[in-house]
Design a protein around this ligand. Structure first.
Ligand SMILES: [Zn+2]
Length: 431
């Protein structure tokens, strides 16, 4: 399992200058390397049905550009621009690896045939993090010491605020230094050899279906609701006022920079409040149920409608990711089901009862079932989830309201039988 913990660091003014300088140099190098790749691509391809004077290689055919050629060029970069000697060499390599990843994501489709967008040139200040790919090992660039100090090569030693201890039994892997609106952070990723075990199906005692919505954040199949906090909506007038103030500042001035940072901090607060709410809700659900059924929503599609601001403010997608991460740690199953007509079908008899969004009550003319619209949908989702995993349980009332049972979260296994890479190693977001 891989975890990432983020801690605030307290660099000195001189160290901040060094780190900002590192980010700026890496940004320029990113732009150069991206330009080199795009140029090589443009010069060596031509549309299939024409002979182009723009795209055809003239003279010598440019050599193939890939990660390895670019990494080999780093030596030359350091000779031409001695400033690059002040950056840890591995950080520069990771910077190129990141570009290579984005590049391949753009050109090579994944299993679903989807590709990412074209990697972009970065404006000043857009590159906000750099990586030390080795921590606390021989030849590492970063050392997290026991006295809560972080030692970074080429930058120096600085205090770390360890607001929570590192988990035991994990090996520290990488250290990413991030510049956020409210200061600098180090994100430590670590790994151990445990593989979270899902609860066996015959031990599943309680299950629940969740219907997410805009009236209530979610409705469970038991009829409980969680109110929607609408964090962005509460702050948007304040935010708009600050943005108007920013527009009045002189470009490039000190005050403009200050105002920009103020606005960035407002956004950061919104993000943190939302994340906090998501984690609390997820923990509450995972504590009480062994199996959770959710809709597999197309958030991008939904966010193109008129309700986009509310949908993005609720951030169901982020919530479901967090729910899955929290559930994996406890062995709880999260089952994603097809959301097609879950709110229209009757959960009692399966009859399709068409209703618009404003109709809040489900009233089945066939079997006479009368219940809240969202609850009906949640029951449908629960039924689908149960049939998907092949659990044979009475639809309603059959599942006892079992008290949460304390159990071992992970089972250790010895690596002799199975290599770690063959097993799922879920990446769990910090928090
Ligand atoms: Zn019915």
């Amino acid at each position: 399992m891989i975890l990432t913990y983020c801690y605030r660091i307290k660099p000195s003014a001189h160290q901040i200058t060094l780190m900002s300088n590192t980010l700026e140099l890496l940004r320029r190098h990113w732009n150069y390397a991206l330009g080199q790749r795009l140029d090589a691509l443009n010069r060596s391809r031509c549309q299939i049905d024409r002979c182009s004077i723009v795209s055809e290689p003239i003279g010598e055919i440019p050599e193939r550009i890939n990660y390895y050629t670019q990494q080999a060029d780093l030596k030359q970069t350091k000779i031409l621009f001695p400033d690059y000697k002040n950056i840890w060499a591995e950080s520069q390599q990771v910077n190129l690896q990141r570009l290579n990843k984005a590049w391949e994501r753009w050109l090579i489709p994944d299993a679903h045939g989807r590709r990412g967008g074209r990697p972009r040139f970065k404006k000043p200040g857009e590159l906000r993090s750099f990586v030390y790919p080795r921590v606390n090992c021989p030849k590492a660039g970063a050392y997290l010491q026991l006295d809560n100090r972080l030692k970074l090569s080429k930058i120096g030693e600085m205090p770390v605020i360890m607001h929570r201890p590192l988990p035991e039994g994990f090996v520290l892997k990488t250290c990413t230094i991030v510049c956020k609106a409210d200061g600098w952070y180090c994100c430590i990723s670590m790994q151990d050899n445990s593989v979270p075990q899902l609860l066996p199906l015959d031990e599943v005692e309680s299950a629940v279906g969740l219907d997410v919505g805009l009236k209530e954040f979610l409705t469970t199949s038991d009829g409980d609701t969680v109110a929607i906090p609408q964090i962005y909506r509460q702050t948007q007038h304040h935010l708009a006022r600050q943005q108007r103030k920013l527009a009045r500042q002189k470009k490039g001035s000190r005050r403009q920079a200050k105002k920009k940072n103020h606005i960035a901090r407002i956004h950061q607060k919104i993000e943190r409040q939302r994340k906090n709410f998501h984690y609390k809700t997820a923990h509450k659900l995972v504590k009480n149920f062994d199996l959770i059924g959710v809709e597999d929503l197309n958030i991008k599609g939904l966010a193109r409608t008129r309700l986009s601001k509310s949908i993005l403010d609720a951030a169901w997608g982020a919530f479901i990711n967090i729910l899955e991460a929290v559930a994996v740690k406890r062995g709880v199953r999260v089952v994603k089901v097809n959301p097609h007509s879950t709110s229209q079908n009757c959960s009692g008899c399966g009859h399709k009862v068409l209703k618009t969004l404003s109709v809040r009550l489900h009233d089945c003319p066939k079997c006479g079932l009368l219940m809240d619209r969202d609850e009906n949908a949640a029951v449908n989702i629960l039924n689908r989830a149960i049939s998907e995993v092949g659990l044979i349980l009475p639809v309603r009332g059959g599942l006892g309201v079992a008290l949460p049972v304390k159990r071992e979260a992970f089972l250790e296994f010895d690596g002799s039988q199975l290599s770690f890479s063959k097993l799922e190693a879920p990446v769990i977001p910090q928090g």
